[in-house]
Design a protein around this ligand. Structure first.
Ligand code: ZN
Length: 205
């Protein structure tokens, strides 16, 4: 962090908060905070209101775990235009954007909230796997497409899901190679993701 002690304390605190954001270094945090000084009062109030209400206004879909308004079902789960026979399982909400940008998936999503990681003390029960199983009740779901990053934790999680849902009466598939091994799917480009989804294969093939 640059030395910001000559600034008023309120500004120092603001710089500290900006510095907590991912990818924001000390200099950038300082620049962002300073830029707010020139904002109109009304803009600052509006910005502050967004932050104050963030927890209330943005929640997680009770069905799939994606971001939504408050606590209502998200725009995918409440849409009649999505294909309810296929659910794409991802780690985090950011990967939903990656897949949507590819434009080649029209089904529903399920956000696990992470991957199985003994190193981080995260087991299957810490992920939204029970919620996924509940979604199979009713028989509308015919296929689960596993779209996890091709790293060690992603592989372990994919194999766990394959075992867990082996007798559940749904086809299990996973996105094709093409996403580089060890990469984070959140940063895959749209074309790579499109070919990975269109080339998906049955689990175990
Ligand atoms: Zn949803």
């Amino acid at each position: 962090m640059p030395d910001v002690k000559s600034y008023p304390e309120a500004l120092q605190r603001l710089i500290t908060y900006f510095g907590h954001l991912p990818g924001i270094g000390g200099r950038t945090a300082e620049r962002l905070a300073l830029s707010l000084i020139s904002w109109q009062e009304s803009e600052l109030v509006a910005f502050g209101t967004q932050l104050t209400n963030l927890r209330r206004d943005v929640g997680f879909c009770p069905i799939c775990g994606y971001l939504t308004n408050g606590s209502e079902p998200c725009r995918f789960c409440s849409s009649s235009e999505r294909d309810g026979s296929i659910i794409c399982v991802v780690e985090q909400v950011t990967q939903v954007h990656t897949i949507e940008n590819s434009g080649c998936f029209k089904g529903l999503y399920h956000v696990l909230g992470g991957k199985i990681s003994p190193m981080k003390g995260r087991g299957p029960r810490d992920l939204r796997i029970a919620e996924l199983r509940e979604r199979l009740d009713g028989g509308a779901v015919k296929e689960i497409l596993i779209a996890l990053s091709p790293d060690v934790e992603g592989e372990a999680t994919a194999h766990y899901l394959a075992q867990e849902f082996a007798g559940a009466g749904v086809a299990l598939s996973r996105i094709a190679a093409g996403v580089p091994v060890g990469s984070d799917l959140s940063f895959a480009d749209a074309a790579t993701m499109a070919s990975a989804i269109s080339g998906r294969r049955r689990f175990g093939e």
